[in-house]
Each structure stands twice: as structure tokens, then as C-alpha cells.
Design a protein around this ligand. Structure first.
Ligand code: ATP
Length: 439
């Protein structure tokens, strides 16, 4: 017999079915036994009349919560059952795996232990309705993005994550042993997606792992995360990149809302708002004016930059003024941007770059890239980047490279803002941080 997903039992009233899932609650009463069984599509009450088979009743009495079960029985309409107004009359039970008792923590309890403790038992933590929904949304989100890109004639690339030189700048690089020499884990697909532009691919995207040896303990940083990257050719400025990005996000929000909007409301108490395009844009200089106006003081070392508090204050201002959850901060000073960002022709101190702030959190950095060999080399030298370490990259620009630009976005950060989840650790399958390499 095929397994019926619990969420679709209503279509099987009066039929014999097989369900497979976890025992969430056992109510072991004098005459009747009630098992609440959960799979990833929902929960159902299973009823058993003790007298009909005392030895089976005894077996049921011994069940522990979170045990994995296969149950067959008849689906009956029963309006008094709170859980969906139906129940299954149990006929057979197979205990696939009896859960040890007690559980390290109760995933469906009223209070949850700390994120760190739950990370030790992540597979139990992932059984929670909230966790499950996050990863259902993630699946739809990635699918929607791919759909958007394919519709718009993009090509997907998979760039290597093992690199031979410490190219993008030293600090956040993980070093590894590669046979008899050193190699490094890629901090982003930046150089390779630019190579795709030099190769004439014109429009590319990549969803893949990114490694950062960043020792910070924040609610938004990980040492390994999934990056969503895009690069396009023949652009006039960073604005062309921003337009594709806002359309991509609008499309993605729309799809996620269609598929999960109701459940997001129910579980996260959030009405998903599909953002209007174009998103508001402010220059970095204007952002600083706004922060001054609202009385937010940036620390002195953040001159020409933003800090997380500044991002939140700016987002609040934009929300109040334009009723928009997104804001582009454009034209960042060269001091806080990498050497490969193109500079404004009329103001060489500013880059043609942007960050996207969503509900007060930075989720994207993007720019037009410098594609002229001589200028790129000059900018690298100015920033103290050794030519030798990036010569392989500089070579991409020797034999005809179109003007191009793109962005990098953190998948888990996007999920955080989409679902109002305050900690990135809830939005990643398994967290990697300075102190966490297990499970
Ligand atoms: P931050 O200033 O928050 O440390 P960043 O400026 O170093 O981020 P970028 O190098 O611009 O980030 O990376 C592009 C995007 O990748 C970021 O906007 C963010 O969404 C995501 N990202 C960057 N670093 C991390 C990280 N350590 N953990 C999770 N996501 C990250």
C-alpha cells in the first residue's frame, strides 16, 4: 500500500490508508488510545479501541513520543476531532524506530532551550513546524530564482571552491593543505563569474557555498554560507544590476507568497509583502544625512560606511517615508570597497556600487566591475593587492571583456528577512561558526 501524506487524508474518507510519521502525543486512556501522528504535511489523530486487541494496546502504551511509526487504518470523518475533523481507526502498527526517552529537549514544548543547545540536536530541532517551513520556503525561493533566470536567458555556472591563491584579500580566507602545497577556500565566486563575462556567457548565476574565516559571533554571520550570485554583461552602470535584482526579488516573493503565504501567516505571524519596484535608492552621502536627521550616531571608524544600527535606522526611515522594506544604498566610497569596483567618471572617490538593506539587514552587495585592464591594475596596486596573486584574474581582461556587473546575496539572510527570523542559525540547515563544526 502506498503511503498517504497526512495533509491529504481528507480526500480519502472511508478508505484504508497507510501513513508514516512521528508520534507527537499519546493519550493512553482506559478504553481508548489516541495517537497524534505527524509527518511533514500535517498531523492526524489515530484512534484505537483497547478491547479490540489487548496485546496491540499494550504495545501502544509503551510507545514514546517522536518514535517513527507506520500505521494502517480507515479514515473516518469525525467533526468533533479538533485536528482537521477526521481520524484514522488504527488497524496495524509497525514501530520503525522507538525513540529513546527522555528526549534531549521537547521540540513541540512551550519553551525551547538555547539555539546552541538545539544545534547539538539539530535534527530534532528541524522537526519543528517553523524549521520545516523555513526549508520549504527555501526550496520554493531557489526554484523561483532559477525560473526567473532561465526565463531571462541566464546560464548557470558552478565555479571551483578550492583556489590556488589568496586573491580577494587575506583576512577572511581559510587556508587548506592541497597535496604538497597550500590552497584556499573561495570567499565568493567573484572572480570566476567575471571570467564567465570574459568568456562571453553574458548573463550568469550561481548558487553555491562561500567560506569566510570571520571569527565574529553575530546573529547574521557564518563561516560557511550559501551565496546567490549573479553577473551580467553590457551594462551602463550599477543601476542595470539593481534593476535585475529588484525584479528577481519581486518575482521570488510573489512565488513564495503564492505557495506558502497562508502558512507563513499562521506560523510566523507575518503577511509577506511582495515588494514594489523600483526599490528606493539613496546615496551613501544621503544615507548619512538621514542618519543625522534621525539622530543616529555612527561610530567614527564607520566614516563613509554603515554599521548594523545605522542600517536599521535607515530602514526605519525608509519604511516610514516610503512604506518599503527594501532600500539600496548606492555610491560607496572607494575606501570601503574592493579594488575591482568601478569608480564614477565624475567622482573617482566613489564606486559604482550598492548594498541592499532589507528590513534593516544587509543582504546584498553589488557593483559595476572595472573591466579595463590598465585601470583595474592601477586600482589593485593602489589598494596594496599584489599583482602576482591576481595575475590569473587580470588576464581575464586582456582580450576583450564587456562592461559588466553583478551582486552577491546570502541565502540565509534573505530567509531571515522574508520570515522575520532574528537569528541566521535558524535559517541554515547546519550552522558553521568559529565554535561549531558538529554535527
Ligand atoms: P557583512 O558586512 O555583513 O559582514 P559583507 O559586506 O562581508 O557582509 P559581502 O562580501 O558583500 O558581505 O557578501 C555578500 C552577501 O553575502 C552579504 O550581503 C550577505 O548577505 C552575505 N554574507 C556575507 N558574509 C556572510 C556571512 N559571514 N554569513 C552569512 N552571510 C554572509
Amino acid at each position: 500500500m502506498e503511503t498517504t501524506p497526512i495533509g491529504s487524508l481528507r480526500q480519502h474518507i472511508g478508505e484504508q490508508v497507510k501513513i508514516q510519521g512521528w508520534l507527537q502525543v499519546l493519550r493512553d486512556q482506559k478504553k481508548m488510545q489516541f495517537l497524534v501522528v505527524r509527518d511533514r504535511t500535517g498531523m492526524v489523530q489515530v484512534a484505537f479501541w483497547r478491547q479490540s486487541d489487548p496485546s496491540l494496546a499494550e504495545q501502544i502504551s509503551k510507545l514514546t513520543t517522536e518514535s517513527a511509526l507506520t500505521i494502517t487504518g480507515k479514515v473516518v470523518d469525525n467533526p468533533i476531532v479538533k485536528l482537521g475533523g477526521l481520524e484514522i481507526q488504527l488497524e496495524t502498527l509497525k514501530v520503525e524506530s522507538l525513540a529513546q526517552s527522555p528526549l534531549p529537549f521537547e521540540p513541540f514544548g512551550d519553551t525551547l532551550p538555547s539555539t546552541d543547545f538545539r544545534s547539538d540536536w539539530r535534527y530534532l530541532d528541524l522537526r519543528r513546524t517553523e524549521s520545516l517551513l523555513i526549508f520549504k520556503v527555501q526550496t520554493t525561493l531557489e526554484m523561483a530564482m532559477r525560473e526567473f533566470w532561465v526565463k531571462n536567458d541566464f546560464m548557470e555556472i558552478h565555479s571551483p571552491k578550492i583556489m590556488g591563491s589568496a586573491s580577494e584579500g587575506g583576512a577572511e580566507l581559510f587556508e587548506m593543505t592541497y597535496f604538497d602545497r597550500k590552497a584556499y577556500l573561495a570567499q565568493s565566486p567573484q572572480f570566476y563569474k567575471q571570467m564567465a563575462m570574459a568568456a562571453g556567457f553574458e548573463k550568469v548565476f550561481e548558487i553555491g557555498p562561500v567560506f569566510r574565516a570571520d571569527p565574529s559571533f553575530t546573529a547574521r554571520h557564518m563561516t560557511e554560507f550559501t551565496g546567490i550570485d549573479m553577473e551580467i554583461s553590457w551594462i551602463d552602470s550599477h543601476d542595470d544590476v539593481m534593476r535585475v535584482l529588484e525584479n528577481l526579488l519581486q518575482y521570488t516573493y510573489q512565488r513564495v507568497k503564492e505557495v506558502h503565504g497562508d502558512q507563513i501567516k499562521e506560523v510566523f505571524h507575518k503577511e509577506l509583502i511582495v515588494p514594489e519596484v523600483p526599490f528606493p535608492r539613496v546615496t551613501m552621502a544621503e544615507a548619512h544625512e538621514i542618519l543625522k536627521e534621525v539622530g543616529y550616531q555612527l561610530p567614527p571608524e564607520k566614516k563613509g560606511d554603515l554599521d548594523p544600527g545605522g542600517e536599521r535606522a535607515l530602514a526605519k526611515y525608509i519604511k516610514d517615508k516610503y512604506n518599503h522594506e527594501f532600500v539600496y544604498v548606492i555610491d560607496w566610497p572607494i575606501t570601503v570597497r574592493p579594488f575591482y569596483h568601478m569608480r564614477h567618471e565624475d567622482n573617482p572617490h566613489l564606486t559604482k556600487s550598492f548594498d541592499l538593506i532589507a528590513s534593516g539587514l544587509e543582504i546584498v552587495t553589488g557593483a559595476q566591475r572595472e573591466h579595463r585592464y590598465d585601470v583595474l591594475l592601477r586600482q589593485a596596486k593602489e589598494k596594496g593587492v599584489s599583482q602576482e596573486s591576481i595575475q590569473f584574474y587580470l588576464d581575464f581582461f586582456k582580450y576583450g571583456c564587456p562592461p559588466h556587473g553583478g551582486f552577491g546575496m546570502g541565502l540565509s539572510r534573505l530567509l531571515m528577512v522574508m520570515l522575520d527570523v532574528p537569528n541566521i542559525r535558524e535559517c541554515v540547515f547546519l550552522f558553521r561558526g568559529p565554535n561549531r563544526l558538529h554535527p
